[in-house]
Write a protein that binds this ligand. Structure first.
Ligand code: MN
Length: 501
């Protein structure tokens, strides 16, 4: 299904004139068939468009120029049906700005042993044409994803799907604007960072706004629009009768609706798809936005609490990648440990702002006091998440680079916590509590993360490959000593890399 309706992947095929016109016609026919099959696959979330058979250096360079300048084009799939002498690709690849998928496929799935002759071998030679292309990509340091297999294979389609999703997020990152309301939570280190360097590395821009700018939008919200939204809340969520009769709840809910509408109008006006708040700067607001933030996340906005712009941006990119998938993705925080050796696990939550896309049933709309911030009792959605595979990923500024730290988790059955008035998730850290959490701490992992039940490691691997940033993985195979050595290796590599550049 085409979840990215306006976006395109361009399919190109390399060859040369050595084989004669008849062979080139056959190459073009097969190439169109492969592109068409990939496009028709239910796993293709964007259009895959056959572009051209490329046989000369100028054709290649011109096509890549065109792709670079076309905002709809989010990536290029390149297939070498025959041998395509790779010096022809040098100038084109040097200017390539779009993600590249190096497709090592074949028109035929099997070798026709009984009939194979020299003509067939000359026409179907990805096995060495692909190596020539691979060599020049590696020599030029071109970032790309290599995929190998028959073009009708489902596993291959799945790999392409993941790469297309990452390509859509890569494009999003170049356009993304993050609004930072107020600043950072005072004295906090990990939520801070170099916003200029982030824009150089990822393309997204982060800019601060005074709370007064947002309050002006909230004050402009019409009473009847806010009332209408409150009615929608009553339809979408479970609300206990005690709240329905509570005057303070009614007032605060209306205020929250105004905040939601004001926030939406503000973000639309500024073209921002991600934002942060901080409970230390609520000047002019009645309460820390809770429900409003939760609903904006559910609509695909990125969010980071306490001024955490890095998590806000990463969440927005994750929301773009997961378009059309089920399971949900949320802002998250590792909150508290369950050290019972028979059943070690972690409770993840936040003060208010967990995205209801991860809820296992209709969320409950509630009002409770918030210990910090000194404002009205905020309205929030309370829910739990269902069991199954999940992940946490955090982005940290290490001083000379941005690190993404990934940890695979297993979400476990919710345990009743009747006195905890916030949305929450219980998970087991992989490979186990001891190794997983030690590795996270040695890796400098933040307390804020993007938590996802819809995405997998492959999505973040493809995306980080496009950016060229560091990605460190903690999963079922992690062994602590090797992990620490990996961190040391990365330290050397990234220091050298920054010095060479
Ligand atoms: Mn927090």
């Amino acid at each position: 299904m085409k979840h990215y309706k306006d976006l395109e992947i361009w399919f190109i095929t390399g060859s040369q004139h050595l084989y004669g016109n008849e062979a080139l016609k056959e190459v073009e026919k097969n190439s169109k068939k492969v592109a068409n099959t990939l496009d028709k696959s239910p796993q293709a979330p964007a259009k895959i468009i056959w572009k051209k058979l490329l046989t000369t250096p100028d054709e290649i360079t011109n096509l890549i120029h065109e792709a670079n300048n076309n905002d709809k084009c989010i990536g290029i799939i390149a297939w070498m049906h025959t041998f395509s002498p790779a010096k022809m690709w040098i100038n084109g690849l040097k200017i390539l700005k779009k993600p590249l998928l190096d497709l090592q496929t074949q028109n035929n799935e099997s070798i026709p042993f009984a009939t194979i002759d020299m003509d067939f071998m000359n026409l179907n030679q990805t096995a060495h044409g692909g190596r020539e292309f691979g060599y020049i990509c590696t020599r030029l340091g071109v970032k790309r994803k290599v995929i190998i297999g028959h073009y009708e294979d489902k596993d291959l389609h799945n790999e392409i799907e993941v790469w297309i999703r990452a390509s859509a997020a890569f494009r999003e990152s170049k356009h993304l604007k993050v609004a930072r309301f107020g600043d950072n939570m005072r004295e906090v280190a990990v939520t801070e960072g170099d916003k200029v360097e982030a824009e150089i590395a990822f393309g997204f821009s982060v800019n601060g706004y005074g709370m007064g700018d947002l309050v002006a939008f909230i004050n402009k919200v019409k009473e009847k629009d806010a009332q209408k939204l409150v009615e929608q809340y009553y339809e979408e969520y479970t609300i206990k009768d005690t709240f329905k009769k509570n005057k303070k709840f009614i007032t605060n809910l209306l205020n929250e609706a105004k905040t939601e509408l004001g926030l939406r109008a503000f973000l639309k006006d500024k073209g921002c798809k991600a934002f942060t708040t901080t409970f230390e700067d609520l000047h002019g607001l009645n309460q820390l936005p809770g429900l409003a933030v939760q609903r904006l996340m559910a609509d695909g906005y990125g969010f980071g609490a306490e001024g955490d712009w890095k998590t806000a941006a990463l969440l927005r990119l994750s929301k773009v990648m997961e378009k059309g998938l089920t399971g949900g993705t949320s802002f998250m925080e590792d909150y508290t440990y369950h050290f019972d050796k028979k059943d070690e696990k972690v409770l993840g939550s936040h003060m208010l702002e967990i995205c209801p896309s991860i809820a296992n049933k209709k969320p409950s709309l509630e009002m409770h006091p918030l210990g910090i911030g000194g404002k009205d009792d905020p309205i929030r959605l309370v829910f739990e998440s269902s069991e199954g595979k999940g992940l946490n990923i955090a982005m940290m500024d290490m001083g000379n680079r941005f690190r993404w730290l990934y940890n695979e988790v297993e979400v476990v059955k919710p345990v009743p916590m009747p006195k905890l008035p916030v949305a929450r998730v219980l998970w087991k850290t992989l490979p186990n509590m001891q190794t997983g959490i030690k590795a996270w701490i040695y890796g400098g992992g933040a307390h804020h993360t993007v938590f996802s039940k819809s995405l997998s490691l492959a999505h973040f691997q493809d995306l980080s490959e496009m950016f060229g940033n560091e990605l460190v993985v903690i999963d079922k195979n992690t062994e602590l000593q090797a992990f620490k050595e990996k961190l040391q290796f990365n330290e050397v590599y990234h220091n050298l890399k920054s010095k060479i550049c």
